[in-house]
Ligand binder design. Structure first.
Ligand code: PRP
Length: 218
């Protein structure tokens, strides 16, 4: 029989990776090596199933998948939208649910309603630009930040932010509210376009097994 090649998975580091491995275990895909908290290894192999896994920074996952360094990636919808890579988004994994929102102090609601020329701080400039320019037809100035976005309206860098809201506690503790919702978010499976053709049988089976488990849980 012809030797099967490895299917390679890129997982976004952190909460999503942990949840992904839990989900994969339910369809019989395990990677014991990856559970070792102290390991410095970057890539983990399941020889029996011919699978390889590596952890990457979330925003890099679509890049690995587009170039085929990974066949499959697991990443937040926020990253899929922001990175705009040529990849197939094939499955909503149903966890990591949160919302992309426009937030700020209550007073900023008035500025949004009047389409005022405001500043929007965000880690997601493409998403913010698409929302304000293409959906709302509102001209704004977008300021790219790399984290702790909620600080921006508090210290006067911007009037509003475009950011992820999960429990809403970061907003509450900083006197900010959700002013508008941009879109719902959750973890997605993405696939390299060539891999989808070359490894169609294995990838289709994986998607259908995952769909069954996800359906059972919802
Ligand atoms: C994210 C997001 C918000 C917060 C929302 O930040 O940017 O700040 O979580 O969660 P909540 O609604 O449950 O409070 P993250 O912790 O990823 O760090 P960052 O600020 O460095 O982006």
């Amino acid at each position: 029989m012809e030797e099967r090649r490895y299917l390679t998975f890129a997982l976004g580091k952190g909460r999503l990776a942990k949840k992904t491995l839990e989900l994969f275990e339910q369809i019989g895909i395990t990677c014991e090596e990856m559970k070792d908290q102290d390991t410095r290894r970057l890539i983990f192999v399941n020889e029996e199933l011919k699978l390889r896994f590596f952890l990457a920074k979330g925003p890099d996952v679509p890049t690995y998948v587009e170039y085929g360094a990974a066949d499959i990636g697991i990443v937040g919808k926020d990253t899929v939208l922001e990175e705009r890579r040529n990849i197939y988004e094939v499955l909503d994994l149903g966890f990591g649910r949160c919302r992309m929102c426009i937030c700020g102090p209550e007073s900023a609601g008035e500025l949004l309603r009047h389409h005022a020329q405001i500043r929007v701080a965000t880690k997601y400039p493409h998403i913010a630009k698409d929302y304000f320019y293409n959906r709302k037809h509102q001209t704004v100035e977008i300021i790219k930040l790399n984290g702790s976005i909620e600080l921006a309206p508090i210290v006067g860098l911007s009037e509003v932010i475009c950011d992820i809201v999960e429990t809403g506690s970061t907003l509450r503790e900083n006197g900010l509210i959700v002013l508008e919702e941009v879109c719902p978010l959750s973890a997605r499976m993405v696939v390299n376009q060539v891999s989808m053709k070359m490894e169609n049988e294995r990838i289709t089976k994986l998607i259908s097994d995952l769909k069954t488990v996800i359906k059972e849980q919802s």
